[in-house]
Design a protein around this ligand. Structure first.
Ligand SMILES: [Cu+2]
Length: 113
């Protein structure tokens, strides 16, 4: 029984697992920060954050990481996710034009890096 369970778990872990998650932010600077933070997580192969939809598309190696680790990295640099919110301290480290909590509009045209 244990063997069967172990086999199933191994099967469930994909090498190139595609997933998307919602991450708060508003401009190109946020995009760079979010993607960099995600890619710094070991096991993350691809990260692309879309400004208007706030969707972060990822390809991760499930044997090395999981979505929670990515979310932890994102809140550490000050970006809220659905399940995990950044601390006030982390949020305050983002650039003033990136204060997405006050104004969550798409600011990409006004704040190019
Ligand atoms: Cu920004």
């Amino acid at each position: 029984m244990l063997m069967v369970l172990m086999t199933m778990l191994t099967f469930a872990q994909e090498k190139n697992k595609k997933l998307t998650m919602e991450v708060d932010g508003k401009c190109d600077m946020c995009k760079t920060r979010i993607e960099k933070a995600a890619l710094n997580v070991k096991g993350v192969k691809y990260a692309l954050w879309d400004i208007p939809s706030h969707q972060l598309s990822l390809v991760i190696d499930e044997r090395k990481t999981d979505p929670m680790k990515v979310k932890t990295a994102l809140v550490t640099v000050g970006h809220d996710t659905k399940e995990l919110k950044a601390t006030e301290e982390a949020y305050n480290t983002v650039h003033p034009c990136c204060k997405y909590r006050d104004d969550n509009s798409d600011d990409s045209e006004h704040h190019k890096e």
